[in-house]
Ligand binder design. Structure first.
Ligand SMILES: Nc1ncnc2c1ncn2[C@@H]1O[C@H](COP(=O)(O)OP(=O)(O)OP(=O)(O)O)[C@@H](O)[C@H]1O
Ligand SMILES: [Mg+2]
Length: 255
């Protein structure tokens, strides 16, 4: 049997004396969406920070069977693991199209290296990247009329789509998405669900942090529930939803 796209084992994150994440373990495969839910402050975003090696942590992460220990966030991105953030994080000085070009450059950085010695090749490569970036945006519903705007000037729902498209880039295989539907309403939410389902259909392994339960229950294959750092449930959404520990975490506990 081949290794999962991403396996997380015993992941633990401490900020000083606070244990934000305590011994969390799950896997995601190609063509799957795994949901990560839990109350505010449960440790969900910290798990993404740990997986992308931006905070110190204990435990083991394996990307297609290989340990990610010691690899920089950039190196992980080049290997196909990328995340989005709870708040939009664009290059605000660049246009939408330039943001998409920058996203495509991540996986291309090494391939382009020899071309710095031949300016005309660099120019041709840049033009090709520009074309590809425009295609990428258009393909996922960000029409040409938006490409020359700054990301902040897009309608909010489209900004959330842009976050995912940028993280998807071209070479991403494992995508960590942190609350894509934060602050969006009905139609935009359905749009985001359709986008994530399309990426899954293309074989991506997706890990989705999200508070909108209707969105989560509709699209995830498996669900991880974290409460105050601890993993209290893991399994198919229909089963997890009925567990007493989960109901208690969501419906409030007796003091
Ligand atoms: N960089 C940091 N330094 C210190 N404490 C932090 C840091 N980041 C998060 N925390 C704390 O760790 C805990 C988990 O935070 P985290 O952001 O992972 O939760 P979350 O589940 O993503 O919450 P939310 O649903 O509100 O986004 C919280 O108590 C938070 O205050
Ligand atoms: Mg968070």
């Amino acid at each position: 049997m081949s290794a999962p796209a991403l396996a997380v084992e015993g992941l633990t994150v401490r900020y000083g004396s606070l244990t934000a994440l305590d011994d969390v373990s799950w896997t995601v495969d190609d063509g799957e969406i795994v949901g990560v839910i839990g109350p505010n402050g449960a440790g969900k975003s910290s798990s993404f920070a740990a997986i992308t090696n931006t905070v110190p942590h204990e435990g083991e992460c394996r990307l297609y069977g290989e340990s990610t220990s010691g690899l920089s966030t950039q190196a992980l991105a080049r290997r196909g693991l990328r995340r989005t953030f709870q708040q939009n994080s664009f290059f605000t000085g660049l246009t939408v199209l330039e943001n998409a070009m920058a996203s495509l450059q991540v996986e291309r950085a090494t391939r382009l290296l020899p071309s710095v010695f031949t300016p005309w090749r660099e120019h041709a490569a840049r033009a090709a990247t520009r074309r590809e970036a425009a295609e990428l945006l258009t393909e996922f519903g960000i029409a040409a009329r938006y490409h020359e705007l700054r990301p902040d000037d897009l309608p909010y729902g489209l900004q959330r789509v842009l976050s995912i498209v940028l993280a998807f880039g071209g070479g991403t295989r494992v995508l960590l998405v942190d609350e894509p539907a934060a602050g969006v309403g009905g139609d935009d939410m359905r749009n985001l669900a359709a986008l994530l389902e399309e990426l899954r259909r293309r074989g991506l392994a997706i890990v989705l942090i999200e508070h909108h339960m209707d969105l989560v229950m509709e699209i995830v294959d498996r669900l991880v529930v974290i409460d105050r750092g601890r993993q209290i449930a893991y399994g198919p959404p229909g089963q997890v939803q009925r567990l007493p520990a989960v109901l208690e975490a969501y419906l409030g506990r007796t003091a």
